[in-house]
Design a protein around this ligand. Structure first.
Ligand code: ZN
Ligand code: ZN
Length: 440
């Protein structure tokens, strides 16, 4: 082996790669090859210390940081950045690698919590304006990232700018308690007390806040003589309480029927829109709510309610809002960034089969049976928002159904990659339908 630095040799010994079949000699004989092998292994392992070895090899090759980062795949840049942010001493490397990833992210969209780490690292390095320029490029859909810079903007004496940015965010994410809470923090810092109270009330409407945001709000509002609890209202139901409520009202479930039925699996009774992935959204079931007494009482303006899914992409993770125009359903809102398509094979067109409702019994452990679609009753909340408001009238919507994978029906339609439900809510007045995912 050619002469290599002691540090590099020690690192390679501490983090050896599996031997390559048929290869002889030492891994460090060919530094370019060693670099590419360690980069591939590190990318597969996420944030492991294989990146440290790779960096040492790159240094030994005399390459600049820019050259090294350029040689990585988009996912390699992303993992290198996340690894670097985990180290206490190397924000600059993480910033450079993540900036290169954001420039060309490849197939996978950047994730908000990861981009947040990047903009916070920029801000720590005294580069707040660059962090804000990143937010500008992402636009108001950058909810988590913008919230994450509110405290930084306030500390920099730029609270009015924080207010403007958060107003744009809540315009898009008006069901996010997290966004409203950060608007409240920004408003509080500008002294706009009345508006702050309004934002606090909105933040109490949707979902319980995470502990950190609650603490920030508590500190900010207590310092101003406000009593946080008065504005934050009751917490959302805890997981345990949610189960108790669900067991008392678990609704009915859909199973195949031999006889004709007002409810169907599949069917093309309604005109459905295309999903953002380009494929047609399916109505996996169509319910006739006139025949479901509990729902009919609360949705007298409704007759047919489709239970919708795109089995071809991962937009199921986001809330989607639909509106009826005659028999045609329009997709009027998707709140969040579109992600790459689901790699599972496309599902065949659905033929129409009758479906009937039977009591929705808990499984042996007393929990919801994830295999069956629940109709009526109360939803079991795993994630937020726990209260769903119509985007048109802001009134609370009626829970119609939790769509599960189509157990018992052919073809089988997997919902949420077989891990959870698509909750369907309807507004009687506006005839809007909102669908949001819950997963396990
Ligand atoms: Zn889709
Ligand atoms: Zn409405």
């Amino acid at each position: 082996m050619a002469e290599r630095s002691r540090e590099l040799v020690a690192l390679v010994e501490a983090h050896p790669l599996p031997p390559r079949r048929g290869a002889s000699g030492h891994v460090l004989d060919d530094l370019a090859l060693a670099s590419s092998r360690y980069a591939i292994a590190a990318e597969r392992n996420g944030t492991s210390d294989l990146w440290r070895v790779w960096l040492a090899i790159e240094r030994e090759r005399g390459r600049t940081r820019g050259q090294s980062i350029d040689s990585l795949s988009p996912q390699g840049r992303r993992w290198l950045a996340l690894w670097a942010f985990d180290q206490d001493d190397d924000d600059a490397l993480g910033v450079d690698a993540y900036a290169a990833f954001l420039e060309r992210p490849g197939r996978m969209a950047p994730q908000d919590t990861e981009t947040l780490r990047y903009v916070r690292a920029l801000s720590r390095a005294g580069r707040l304006d660059e962090a804000l320029a990143t937010l500008d490029r992402l636009g108001p859909r950058a909810c988590v990232e913008t919230c994450g810079l509110v405290a930084e903007l306030i500390a920099a004496g730029r609270a009015p700018e924080a207010v403007d940015r958060m107003r744009a965010v809540v315009h898009v994410y008006d069901d996010s308690s997290f966004a409203w809470a950060h608007l409240a923090l920004a408003l509080g810092a500008t002294g706009a007390d009345e508006e702050m109270r309004h934002a606090l009330r909105e933040s109490a409407l949707h979902e319980p806040l995470d502990p950190r945001t609650s603490m920030e709000l508590a500190l900010a509002t207590l310092a101003r003589g406000e009593h946080l609890n008065a504005w934050c209202g009751p917490e959302g139901p805890s997981r345990d309480r949610s189960w108790v409520e669900w067991r008392a009202a678990s609704g009915e479930r859909l199973v195949p029927s031999e006889d004709p039925s007002p409810h169907t699996f599949g069917g093309d009774l309604l005109e459905l829109p295309d999903c953002r992935c380009g494929r047609r959204i399916r109505s996996v079931f169509v319910l006739d709510v006139r025949e479901i007494s509990l729902l009919h009482d609360r949705l007298p303006r409704w007759s047919l309610v489709p239970l919708l899914a795109c089995a071809d992409c991962v937009d199921w993770m986001l809330r989607r809002d639909f509106a009826f125009e005659g028999r045609a359903l329009r997709l009027v809102g998707v709140h969040g960034a579109f992600q790459a398509c689901d790699p599972t094979p496309p599902v065949a067109p659905l033929s129409t089969r009758p479906a009937r409702l039977v009591p929705n019994l808990p499984d042996e452990q007393g929990f919801a049976d994830w295999r069956y679609t629940q109709v009526g009753g109360v939803p079991f909340w795993v994630q937020g928002p726990r209260r769903v408001r119509c985007r048109s009238c802001r009134e609370e919507m009626v829970f119609v159904a939790a769509l599960a994978s189509s157990t018992g029906f052919e073809p089988y339609v997997p919902i949420n990659n077989d891990s959870g439900f698509q909750y369907h809510f309807a507004c009687n007045e506006c005839r809007t339908l909102s669908v949001l995912g819950q997963w396990t």
